[in-house]
Design a protein around this ligand. Structure first.
Ligand SMILES: NC(=O)c1ccc[n+]([C@@H]2O[C@H](COP(=O)([O-])OP(=O)(O)OC[C@H]3O[C@@H](n4cnc5c(N)ncnc54)[C@H](OP(=O)(O)O)[C@@H]3O)[C@@H](O)[C@H]2O)c1
Length: 315
């Protein structure tokens, strides 16, 4: 199945006034002009009440490019359009190859750093405090910034060593929020221990419509402890598209404003009451407009969420 053609349905096209049968050529400017931030959905970060739009951008793999103009152009178009749509959250990591450098370069070029809620991670704490600090300093340079909006300990690497450092940096204003990530169910118990005992602003965990393990322990605990949740891998690295394939969306879903399986998957994701925002891998402008549409309109209620989950469980 081609993922790329799924961002505009016929109904989208009609809404945009395109003639039926006309080529649905990507025109970000037109789409941006038609977009409105009036119905933008946001959720609060529990530790401060600051609100974030429900859909951010993940930069693993696809932002790890060698910085040729051909590779950079679609990424630049994504980041150029993102703030205009009302978007803020970009998630990256030093372990995503060249991604931090690319994000830093494009933010500087576009002059958008102050509009972005910039999240990165530290993993070198596994080698000790000094190595972790060196990596954080390097991330500041690579991202061309003097602070991180969010810094998370990557996959619980050196958590005991690094949490005190993150707290110091937060005191000094170099980090606004701190947290911990994992995308491995085997680490959920360990993550839960830190969630119970530490004052975390955020966690990041894997969660997708076909991967709901976090619902058992992690998501209820986040709600109880007032910790914001970002969801990594909201499409299971594209797995949900393979499962849904070319099946048309059910009418009840389109009536609720979901036009594509991407929007369906993301609306399921961010409608969980514990989840603050999802960070789908978004490396093309058409993905951006598609994915960010899930930040608008209405969210499914509990009964609809169950219906959505049943659909993929029975696919
Ligand atoms: N904390 C951690 O340890 C950790 C681990 C993994 C990921 N993450 C975070 O989670 C983010 C998301 O992960 P991910 O990018 O690996 O997986 P993902 O978001 O679950 O899926 C990305 C896949 O979906 C496709 N896609 C995206 N938008 C689409 C759309 N609208 N229509 C059709 N296909 C679409 C992409 O296509 P293309 O192949 O064409 O790009 C890509 O194959 C990462 O970027 C990272 O920020 C964190």
């Amino acid at each position: 199945m081609s993922h790329g053609n799924r961002f505009l349905s016929r109904r989208d096209a009609m809404k945009l006034g395109l003639a039926a049968g006309a080529t649905l050529a990507l025109n970000p400017q037109t789409l941006l002009a038609q977009s409105s931030t009036d119905d933008l959905l946001t959720k609060p970060i529990p530790s401060t009440g600051e609100r974030l739009p429900l859909i951010g951008i993940g930069t693993a793999r696809r932002y790890d490019v060698a910085s040729t103009e051909e590779e950079l152009e679609p990424l630049r178009e994504v980041l150029r359009n993102f703030p205009g749509l009302g978007g803020r959250l970009i998630d990256t990591a030093p372990s995503y190859g060249n991604a931090e450098v690319v994000v830093g370069q494009l933010m500087a070029e576009l002059g958008i750093r102050d509009q972005i809620f910039l999240a990165t991670k530290v993993g070198e704490g596994r080698r000790g405090r000094a190595a972790g600090i060196a990596e954080m300093e390097n991330s500041l340079a690579r991202l061309q910034t003097d602070h991180f909006d969010l810094l998370e300990i990557h996959n619980l690497a050196g958590t005991a060593e690094m949490l005190p450092v993150l707290k110091e940096w937060k005191q000094e204003g170099k980090i606004r929020y701190l947290g911990i990530t994992t995308t491995s169910e085997r680490q959920y118990e360990e993550l839960a221990t830190f969630m119970r005992t530490e004052a975390l602003d955020f966690i990041q965990v894997d969660y997708a419509i076909d991967n709901r393990s976090a619902e058992d322990l992690i998501l209820p605990l986040a709600q109880e402890r007032g910790i914001a949740v970002l969801t990594a891998l909201p499409f299971g690295r594209g797995r949900v598209f393979d499962i849904f394939g070319d099946t048309p969306l059910p009418e009840w879903a389109t009536e609720l404003g979901m036009q594509t399986w991407a929007q369906f998957s993301l609306k399921f994701n961010v409608s969980h009451p514990a989840i603050t925002a999802a960070i789908p891998g978004t490396s093309r402008p058409d993905y951006l407009f598609d994915n960010f549409s899930a930040s608008r309109g209405v969210l499914p209620d509990a009964a609809t969420r169950q219906r959505m989950a049943n659909l993929i469980d029975n696919a």
